[in-house]
Design a protein around this ligand. Structure first.
Ligand code: FES
Ligand SMILES: [Fe+2]
Length: 334
């Protein structure tokens, strides 16, 4: 039988490929960047870096959430320092130009003449879905709720808004964002990479289920008894969640250049959830195991002695779909 092959190694190693991915993938998709609970009050902001584009989202004085490139039109200074916080005004940190809550220029401090026209902040799209705040750089991408398609209905049954933020972990993993994505999209490695997880759950019946939209899928794995497993979900390009009894975790990965990926976990639990610390510890161990194997795979891809592999028809169909979306977005390489 003829097997589907993987993306060739160059797709994971060439900075030029990442350059080509930035616009059609990270500049055109909705990317999860923050939570409503971080942006409750006027002036609250959160920054993020979307495949190289620094942005921020801020709750305006009028209560509305807005997003902008974190970039002053004067000489490219930052409007807010990276991180999160609350600032009552939008004043550039470099020379002090001030902007209104909607991003229009209010005052070009001591400039010596009137500022020219078109010196406003560049807005980006912002959308909120069940307490999660997403951003999209492209004005022509459909609004968030349209873009999500049938995905919201799939997770409607889980009471995620009733959970409270518990903790966050961030790993800088030395691999291309697709190396981690490939790993997320198959359960083939579970018994070998995650032996403890496979003791708790029936890893041999892990299933990645597509429901008519190639951009997202749901992963199910039968628990052995009262273990912590529920359901995993994925949405293109780099958003995922794990829902378990009494809580859930968002798992997202953002490229930091072609060779590194920031892997972020954020945990939420019900007030009466049990085994909270054990659940987090266990999930973090699984993340360490994934990061370790992805970094080793990346070193092998970088080494130049491997080009293209093959995909298991039983286990790795999710990668085939993922690779097709990447190729469709980027086009063929020269
Ligand atoms: S770069 Fe913003 S005021 Fe100069
Ligand atoms: Fe894994």
């Amino acid at each position: 039988m003829s097997l589907t092959t993987t993306l060739p190694a160059r797709w994971y190693t060439d900075p030029g490929v990442f350059e080509r991915e930035r616009g059609p993938i990270f500049g055109s998709s909705w990317i999860h960047v923050a939570y409503e609970f971080q942006l409750r009050n006027p002036g609250d902001y959160v920054t993020e870096n979307l495949a190289g584009w620094p942005i921020f989202i801020r709750r305006g004085d009028d209560g509305q959430l807005r997003g902008f490139y974190n970039l002053c039109p004067h000489r490219a200074g930052p409007i807010v320092w990276e991180g999160s916080g609350c600032r009552p005004n939008m004043v550039c940190r470099y020379h002090g130009w001030a902007f209104n809550t909607d991003g229009t220029l209010r005052n070009a401090r001591d400039f010596g003449c009137p500022a020219p026209d078109n010196m406003d902040l560049t807005p980006i799209q912002v959308g909120s879905f069940r307490g999660m705040v997403f951003a999209c750089l492209s004005p022509s991408t459909a609004p968030l709720h349209d873009w999500l398609g049938g995905f919201p209905a799939e997770i409607e049954q889980y009471p995620i808004e009733s959970y409270t933020f518990h903790s966050k972990s961030v790993r800088n993993v030395a691999c291309n964002w697709k190396t981690y994505g490939d790993n997320f999209l198959e359960g083939y490695h579970l018994p070998t990479v995650h032996p403890a997880m496979s003791r708790d759950a029936d890893a041999l019946h892990y299933e990645v289920v597509f429901k008519g939209d190639d951009r997202w899928n749901i992963h199910v794995m039968p628990p052995r008894d009262d273990s912590t497993f529920g359901v995993f979900g994925y949405f293109w390009p780099t958003y995922a969640f794990d829902i378990f009894p009494g809580g859930f975790a968002v798992e997202r990965w953002l490229p930091r250049g072609h060779s590194h990926t920031e892997l972020i976990f954020e945990y939420f639990f019900a007030d009466d959830a049990v085994n909270v610390e054990e659940t987090v510890k266990f999930s973090e161990e699984v993340a360490d195991e994934d990061a370790r194997v992805c970094e080793h795979v990346q070193r092998n891809l970088d080494a130049g002695s491997y080009d293209t592999g093959v995909l298991s028809p039983k286990w790795e169909h999710g990668l085939e779909v993922f690779h097709r979306l990447v190729r469709d977005a980027v086009g063929e390489l020269d």
